[in-house]
Design a protein around this ligand. Structure first.
Ligand code: NAD
Length: 502
């Protein structure tokens, strides 16, 4: 049964490509269906861009670049701020769109709008704070001038799991720095990005500064854009294997790159932890976004003396979760993104059980229509289980006991990923030791969610390159120029009649 309000909101989302400030279909007229993962029903169609459409989007970004780069930073910032206000105003519609195309419960879609919108406000504020330096060189023979410049047209590729925030986290700093962009959202969740593009257009972003291409011909469209000598940067959020491919392609043009890739976060609970905090943190770190977050806790490493108590408490909370369509009141766990994700999640669970893990609750697909998997707790997961090595990307909480701090550190670091870790302890020195010993770009110390527009988000090891958010986020879209000029006092006495200002 369809809902008239939902249908009206979805019908209002543009389904065309956004190129050079105009909405238009793909050159060959191709379209692609967008499905609701909770029902399997097609809810919209969007244009399916060709390689030529991708190139046209880059043409538009290149044409718009000189005037956008020359636009005063304050003006760029004010446009971003206006986009933030419009997003907040239209939050109800956008939350519904995001829930229908991606599956997350409505309350979580609203949280993502609050988080994702914040990048527009934060980078709107950062735009006028980009600064240079001026000073005498050490020998006193010249003056060194250091200036910052936008890198140029950028290609931004985003995943389906946070369709708004992963886009604003790239678009906002790029625009704040004076860059223009071509955005390619995930094929599974294009509607949120198209809605955002209209918000940006309404906020006054000039034609060609932001272009959006939706496509199923992803590899071909991307390869042509990345191989184009006019492109200056690729920023990607998604899986590590695709990130590696794009890095290789970017090498030919020696492009600037930012890579926000996969994770395998350890969640470490020490014997001295406040268990109330740890259980709350575990629920947030695991079940937010139906477990489909790069920051999702993947491996719960729990000290043997508290593992039984932690498992009991966490299982009691998981049994209370309500799985269903994210638009229904009271639902806390939505569907996975598609049936393939259900099969992958189930394979990880069955492998863990076959190797000796105990199934405390859940452990099975819930059947259709829709791609639902039961919220699951596994305890005593054995070394060598696939679930400890691979990103789960589903509502499955896997617990491994440990005996001492060194063992916890060794287990936590035993992965090629290094995005985020979570540590629960009330011992200050132990907490500090973990900050220094865990090989991750971010850490939650007695908290289960770390994301913040003001913070440098990013990973170590194969979780990525570069940072998004914070002061670091805009630096990714700037390039530095150093200029040397001769000493303006050459041949004259600098000391005479002058108080050195440099
Ligand atoms: P994915 O790598 O399959 O796809 C990401 C994007 O890349 C999509 O837009 C997709 O269409 C595009 N893509 C796929 N193949 C491509 C190719 N050959 N050339 C160019 N583009 C291509 O990832 P996903 O399944 O959409 O997202 C889940 C992954 O993203 C997980 O691994 C997760 O950890 C990661 N992720 C990381 C962060 C972070 O900040 N580190 C944030 C969110 C998600």
């Amino acid at each position: 049964m369809s809902d008239p309000r939902e249908d009206a909101v979805l019908a209002d989302v543009p389904g065309d490509l956004f190129v050079g400030g105009t909405w238009r279909p793909a050159q060959d007229g191709a379209i692609v269906a967008v499905a609701d993962p909770a029902t399997g029903r097609t809810v919209a169609h969007v244009a399916d861009a060709t390689v030529a459409d991708g190139t046209a989007a880059l043409d538009a970004a290149c044409a718009a670049f000189p005037s956008w780069a020359a636009t005063p930073a304050r003006t760029r910032g004010e446009i971003l701020r206006r986009a933030f206000d419009l997003l907040v105003e239209r939050a109800d519609e956008l939350a519904l769109i995001m829930t229908v195309e991606m599956g997350k419960p409505l309350a979580e879609a609203r949280s993502e709008i609050a988080y994702g919108g914040e990048f527009l406000r934060w980078f709107g504020e950062e735009a006028p704070r980009v600064q240079g330096r001026y000073g005498a060189n050490p020998a006193g023979t010249g003056r060194m001038i250091v200036t910052q410049h936008p890198v140029g047209p950028c290609y931004l590729v985003t995943p389906w799991n946070f369709p708004l925030a992963m886009a604003t986290r790239k678009i906002a700093p790029a625009l704040a720095a004076g860059c223009t962009v071509v955005v390619k959202p995930a094929t599974l969740t294009p509607l949120t990005t198209l809605f955002l593009a209209r918000v940006l257009q309404d906020a006054g972003v000039p034609a060609g500064v932001v272009n959006v291409v939706t496509t199923t011909r992803t590899a071909a469209v991307s390869e042509a854009i990345i191989g184009d000598p006019r492109l200056r940067k690729v920023s990607f959020t998604g899986s590590t294997p695709v990130g590696r491919t794009l890095l290789k392609q970017a090498a030919d043009g020696v492009l600037r790159t930012s890579m926000e890739l996969g994770g395998n976060a350890p969640f470490v609970v020490f014997d001295d932890a406040d268990l109330d905090l740890a259980v709350d943190g575990a629920m947030a770190a695991k079940f937010r976004n139906i477990g489909q977050a790069c920051t999702a806790a993947n491996r719960f490493l729990v000290h043997r003396s508290v593992v039984e108590e932690f498992t009991r408490r966490v299982t009691a909370r998981v049994v209370e979760l309500r799985t269903g369509r994210g638009t229904e009141p009271g639902v806390t766990v939505g569907p996975l993104i598609d049936d393939r994700a259900v099969a992958t999640t189930d394979a990880l669970v069955q492998d863990a059980v076959a190797r000796g893990a105990t199934l405390c609750t859940g452990g099975k697909p819930l059947g259709g229509p829709g791609s639902f998997y039961a919220a699951t707790v596994l305890s005593d997961v054995r070394p060598g289980s696939d679930i400890l090595r691979e990103e789960i990307f589903g509502p499955v909480l896997a617990i491994v006991p440990f005996d001492d701090e060194d063992e916890a550190v060794a287990l936590a670091n035993d992965t090629e990923y290094g995005l985020v870790s979570y540590v629960f302890t009330v011992d200050l020195a132990r907490g500090q030791r973990m900050v220094e010993r865990l090989e991750t770009g971010m850490m939650g110390l007695n908290v289960g969610v770390v994301s913040d527009a003001a913070a440098p988000f990013g990973g170590w090891k194969q979780s990525g390159l570069g940072r998004e958010g914070g002061a670091e986020g805009i630096a990714e879209y700037l390039q530095t120029k150093y200029t040397l000029t001769p000493d303006p006092f050459a041949g004259r006495s600098r000391a005479a009649g002058l108080r050195a200002g440099v």
